[in-house]
Design a binder for this molecule. Structure first.
Ligand code: HEC
Ligand code: HEC
Ligand code: HEC
Ligand code: HEC
Length: 183
């Protein structure tokens, strides 16, 4: 009896821990990051993202072109509900509902947290201001300089994309860059 309870507890525990062994943080959604990342002083990251195609990545899955691709591929369901498409077009496409915050909106496509990691635990002001603490709370550090940015891009911008036309980081990055202005 006791042994069984322990096994059940171990299973319950591991299911809340991600493969990397880190506890799974909640996704809050781009509109929550916007609270602080829409001011000119911070660099208007939210508006830049909104103006980019990444914010439209779910809408595009309902376009006639998407339906045509899905038909050619013999997909059973709608592209906007198929993991074959969602894996690159939606944030947290395979996360359990419990990992999605109340303001998280799947329709927002490729959001901040696709690239920066689920933000519930690092988005508090005192944590955000301390990079080490932010990373300990789920922030994924990215950099153009060390190549980690490009590595991330090509997890989606590759030949597995049915519409792939090539990917040149040097011309693609400036289209979505969102730096904090030097003061
Ligand atoms: C309460 C305000 C606030 C919220 C909400 C917030 N941030 Fe931040 N964030 C900041 C501030 C302020 C900085 C700049 C820290 C500094 O001064 O270096 C920052 C910095 C960052 C950085 C740069 C980190 C580094 O050290 O390189 C990233 C990336 C980031 N935020 C992403 C996000 C994402 C994604 C969300 C939503 C999940 C979010 N932030 C929500 C205030 C916030
Ligand atoms: C497609 C991936 C991607 C998306 C989507 C994205 N970012 Fe970033 N972000 C990056 C990369 C890569 C960097 C590192 C840039 C560098 O090295 O200059 C970065 C850097 C930042 C920084 C630090 C900038 C600086 O100058 O220090 C902040 C703040 C930030 N992002 C916030 C956000 C917020 C808020 C959103 C959503 C509104 C967002 N990002 C969406 C990839 C992304
Ligand atoms: C999670 C998957 C994913 C990642 C990671 C990702 N992208 Fe994208 N990207 C997309 C999708 C999907 C679209 C198409 C959206 C649409 O057409 O509405 C897109 C479109 C774009 C576009 C517009 C292309 C056009 O034809 O106008 C640019 C530019 C871009 N991405 C740059 C980047 C860069 C730079 C990175 C890395 C820092 C990156 N992306 C990372 C999925 C991703
Ligand atoms: C490996 C990642 C990936 C997968 C899987 C994927 N896409 Fe995309 N999709 C992208 C990227 C990246 C773009 C931006 C244009 C490009 O380089 O392909 C994009 C763009 C699009 C566009 C806009 C076309 C354009 O020219 O702007 C449509 C429509 C689309 N995808 C439909 C689909 C459908 C339907 C599926 C599922 C059958 C799918 N995608 C699966 C990554 C992916």
């Amino acid at each position: 009896m006791r042994k069984l309870t322990l096994i059940a507890m171990a299973i319950a525990l591991t299911s809340t821990i991600s493969l990397a062994g880190e506890p799974s943080h909640q996704y809050v959604g781009a509109s929550v990051c916007a609270m602080c990342h829409r001011t000119p002083k911070n660099g208007e990251q939210f508006q830049k993202w909104q103006a980019s195609k990444h914010s439209q990545a779910m809408k595009v899955l309902s376009s006639p072109e998407a339906l045509k691709i899905a038909k050619e591929k013999g997909l059973k369901g709608a592209p906007s509900e198929s993991p074959e498409c969602l894996q690159c077009h939606e944030t947290a496409y395979d996360a359990p509902a419990s990992q999605l915050g109340p303001r998280f909106n799947k329709e927002d496509g490729v959001q901040c947290e696709t690239c920066h990691g689920p933000g519930k635990d690092y988005m508090k002001m005192d944590i955000m201001k301390n990079q080490k603490l932010a990373v300990a709370n789920g922030l994924v550090l990215l950099s153009v300089k060390d190549g980690s940015a490009e590595k991330l891009c090509v997890t989606c911008h590759n030949k597995k994309s049915p519409t792939f036309k090539g990917f040149d980081f040097k011309t693609m990055w400036p289209q979505i860059a969102h730096p904090v202005p030097a003061n």
